[in-house]
Design a protein. Structure first.
Length: 471
């Protein structure tokens, strides 16, 4: 992601070095010091800027309100004295900026970063006396790198094994997600108790609809008071002692702030008005039809197979990412002796990011250049294969991301209208759209690289797969 901050998008094109290039619009010339470094010299003459300056000043004259003159009647000389230099500077700045952009575009220059004023030729400008102005900028040019994989490149493709404990964990998640709640008459296990809680002291706290789960009371003696308690019973206990003074739990139970907990350490009683018991979902047809399209799964064995299939699909992006890293290294190894405009890049990184220091840039530079090299390689691959990203691609990526997210919560059978609404909300956020487009771009690149190389499938445990990233 850092690299994208200093690459000018859509400018990575083949560059044939020439000693001089003339702009169609302004007097812009290019001088190459080597294949990846050059200077652009822009000469702005009076004829380039004066018509626009005069037009702007006359516009100011029509609107200016100056003491002693009626609106629109201020002498032009007075307007020039007041605004002339500012208008001149603004127009020259606009011409230079536009000239640079036009020259880069018209000459298909694959520049890195942005043009920087040349340190050797920075001179004071006298806008009172000069008619013509010369500006010189340093530029860095992206080297042309043509590296591609072939069938001679044998790269591992790791498939993560779906272990039995993963399947079991997912089944337990489904059973928990699709469990049921029912009112019962007697407290057992992890039942939830609701009632009116009152502190026994005079003018003590009264909490309506207080909720607690006796199974999570920490003090054994206090917990025992709820064993076998029935609806309608009143249980006297010490909340502070029961939860060992835990501020969060006591604040939730007593509906007070954490700071107030220290003031409530005495006895209380709760009249049980409701006992609710949670029961996990059973592995039956009703549960299967809640997870998947009705009739898709009709037995526990089929459920387990379906879960394995789903988990394997969820692991595919991980496998693809690992493959991309291996492909990246193979491509970088093919692109040796590539020259970059090192001095320019280091200077640009320093000047474009005030928080950086020469030392920090030097420390990170090898990694930056390695990432830049791969960026150039993959841009060439994408260009050669005419990869395009459409709105339909982004929508499909959003739908897949939504399905994966719902599946993580045990919702594999999401209604179409619910999915569409969720995707619609996702696509309202530009940051999300950019992220999805980046993912589509990456997936298309991976697909191309898979076709180019010879894949060597390797099944691997999740633990061993994770160790691959430690090397």
């Amino acid at each position: 992601m850092f690299l994208r901050q200093f690459l000018i998008q859509n400018l990575f094109r083949t560059f044939a070095p020439q000693f001089q290039k003339q702009s169609r619009i302004m007097n812009v010339t290019q001088t190459n010091s080597d294949s990846v470094s050059a200077t652009l010299t822009i000469t702005v003459e009076r004829a380039d800027y004066q018509p626009k300056v005069e037009k702007t000043l006359k516009s100011y004259q029509q609107k200016a309100v100056v003491d002693g003159f009626r609106k629109g009647m201020v002498p032009l000389g007075r307007i020039k004295a007041m605004y002339g230099k500012a208008v001149l500077v603004e127009e020259i700045n606009s011409l230079v900026s536009g000239g640079l952009n036009d020259y880069v575009r018209d000459n298909n220059l694959p520049i890195l970063g942005e043009p920087l004023p040349s340190k050797d030729e920075i001179a004071a400008l006298d806008f009172d006396k000069q008619d013509d102005y010369t500006f010189t900028f340093d530029i860095g040019i992206a080297p042309e790198i043509k590296a591609k994989l072939t069938k001679n490149d044998k790269l591992p493709y790791y498939t993560i094994q779906v272990a039995d404990d993963m399947v079991e964990k997912q089944i337990n998640n489904y059973k928990a997600t699709y469990g049921t709640y029912a009112e019962v008459d007697e407290v057992q296990g992890k039942d939830m108790v609701k009632g009116t809680l009152s502190e026994t002291e005079t003018d003590g706290l009264v909490v309506e609809n207080a909720v607690l789960m006796p199974a999570f009371i920490k003090d054994a003696a206090e917990k025992a008071k709820f064993d076998g308690a029935k609806k309608g019973d009143t249980i006297t206990f010490n909340p502070h002692k029961a939860f060992e003074g835990h501020e969060g739990e006591l604040a939730s139970l007593l509906k007070i702030t954490r700071e107030e907990v220290k003031n409530h350490t005495g006895e209380a009683s709760i009249k049980i008005e409701e006992i609710t018991r949670y029961t996990e979902g059973e592995l039956n047809q009703e549960l299967f039809d809640k997870i998947y399209e009705p009739g898709t799964v009709t037995s526990e064995a089929q459920l387990r197979d379906k879960i394995k299939e789903t988990l394997a699909a969820q692991f595919t992006p991980e496998s693809d990412y690992r493959f991309l890293l291996d492909a990246k290294k193979a491509l970088e190894d093919k692109a040796t002796d590539v020259q970059f405009p090192d001095a320019f890049l280091k200077r640009w990184l320093l000047e474009s990011n005030p928080s950086r220091t020469p030392e920090s840039i030097e420390a990170d530079y090898d990694k930056i250049v390695a990432d830049l090299k791969f960026q150039l390689i993959r841009n060439e691959i994408v260009k050669e294969n005419k990869v395009e990203i459409t709105n339909e691609d982004v929508v499909k990526a959003a739908q897949n991301a939504a399905r994966v997210q719902f599946a993580q919560y045990g919702m594999s059978n999401v209604p179409d209208n619910m999915l569409d609404n969720y995707v619609g909300e996702m696509l309202k956020k530009q940051e999300t759209v950019r992220g999805l487009a980046d993912k589509v771009y990456e997936n298309k690149l991976i697909a191309i690289l898979k076709e180019q190389a010879t894949l060597q499938p390797k099944e691997i445990s999740i633990e061993d797969f994770q160790k691959l990233f430690n090397n």
